[in-house]
Design a protein around this ligand. Structure first.
Ligand code: LCS
Length: 393
């Protein structure tokens, strides 16, 4: 059966499984830095692109290529570019798409370092950027300038769970000849496929849901067309943001269970979000599966489910949140998300601590905001853990 005719679950199992000469069920780890050429002519032709043999692992490797193909198929794109980390993917995109004098419009509540890289480093080379609440499309319209080249969207945002209308962004960007980029980490391709809405480039921190087992750091870019794929692959290869074959093997192993992991974590998250919303000590909860979420309808339109990330604030603000974090026992007090284990963290002092106080305020990253990444444990245990910790607040 052709891969493109398969359902999502079948693609998870079969799209990465390039068979080797022995018919192995999994993709072998080609743990090599370099590949021998058949002849001097073959070497020259591999470099010129006439022959498609492998050359050197920073440029390409069979284990990594199997993963790139699989994630590109899951996202419905032309091709994938694997990177050492999610930040490697983001830096590659900035480097590949922007030059001196260009401008980028971005979501203000993006993952902290996605903004730090642009404001602290790319700004030194004359790239300008503006950060706004992209869930309001009028803000994007106002932020676009004649030199805007990239519209960079994170939806839902980390950690504020704000949702941006992908279709509206594409329509607006096309009017102005702007390349659209979406960080799809919080959803994974199981819950959201931005290329289907016309987005040009998708990226992932595969450290999160795609790998799912909290044992590696990894990134991926998927482009809708060949031209963008070439530009970004060249940036990745030349900057050395490449993945390692062993890393690729672990992601190929983890991604097979993406659908059942996300399904289970999401079922748990719906119950946890409802529990929190009804708790007297909770001030507010932001979760796309709750009717109280400001973009609840939009989430239903562009996401196949609300996911497993929740942000909330307790009535006692930061001190109450601190007491909660110090008293949970099953939930691990740690950054990251999308693994099988439940994690809790405080964005203002942890993942987003490098943002200025003003940037945090504009992005709604309040001092009291607690981020909860729901895992696949028994939901009764997750709720009992929160219950005993909240009793101490
Ligand atoms: N994009 C998003 C939405 C992220 O959440 C992260 C990491 C990245 C990109 C960067 O990926 P990495 O290089 O770490 O693979 N988010 C983290 C977080 O929320 N806690 O710790 C890391």
């Amino acid at each position: 059966m052709a891969l493109d005719k398969m359902g999502f679950n079948s693609k998870l199992i079969h799209a990465g499984a390039d068979k080797d000469q022995f018919g192995s069920a999994t993709v072998p780890i080609y743990q090599t830095s370099t590949f021998g050429f058949k002849s001097a002519d073959d070497g020259a032709k591999c470099f010129s692109g006439e022959n498609d043999g492998f050359i050197y692992t920073r440029i390409g490797n069979p284990t990594i290529q199997a993963l790139e193909r699989q994630i590109a198929i899951l996202e419905g794109g032309f091709g994938g570019i694997a990177t050492a980390s999610g930040m490697g993917a983001i830096s590659t995109i900035y480097m590949g798409l922007l030059k001196q004098g260009d401008h980028m419009v971005s979501t203000n509540a993006v993952y902290g370092p996605s903004r730090v890289v642009m404001e602290s480093y790319f700004s030194k080379f004359g790239v300008e950027s503006t950060y706004i609440t992209t869930s309001n499309i009028d803000n994007i319209k106002k932020a676009i300038k004649p030199n805007t080249k990239v519209l960079y969207i994170e939806t839902p945002t980390n950690p504020t769970m704000e949702i941006t209308d992908l279709e509206a962004c594409v329509a607006l960007a096309r009017e102005h000849n702007i390349i659209t980029v979406v960080d799809n980490t919080f959803c994974s391709p199981y819950l959201q496929r931005p290329l289907e809405f016309g987005i040009d480039v998708v990226l992932h921190s595969m450290t999160k849901f795609i790998n799912g087992h909290a044992d590696i750091v990894a990134g991926m870019i998927v482009t809708r067309n060949e031209e963008l794929c070439k530009v970004l692959r060249s940036a990745m290869v030349n900057m050395g943001c490449n993945m390692d074959p062993h890393q690729a093997y672990l992601v190929l192993r983890g991604v097979k269970t993406l659908a059942i992991r996300v399904e289970r974590a999401q079922q748990n998250a719906i119950k946890v979000a409802e529990y929190l919303e009804n708790h007297p000590k909770v001030e507010w909860v932001k979760y796309p599966g709750l009717k109280s979420h400001p973009q609840y309808k939009l989430a239903q339109k562009q996401m196949d489910g609300p996911g497993a990330m929740i942000s909330f604030e307790l009535k006692g603000g930061f001190n109450a949140g601190k007491t909660l974090m110090d008293n949970v026992k099953l939930a691990m007090l740690a950054v990251s998300l999308g693994g099988v284990e439940t994690l809790i963290q405080h964005p203002a002092s942890m993942t987003h601590s490098k943002l200025s106080a003003e940037a945090k305020e504009k992005a709604n990253i309040t001092q009291g905001l607690v981020r909860f990444a729901v895992g696949i444990e028994d939901v009764e245990d997750i709720i009992a853990d929160l219950d005993q910790a909240l009793a101490k607040v």
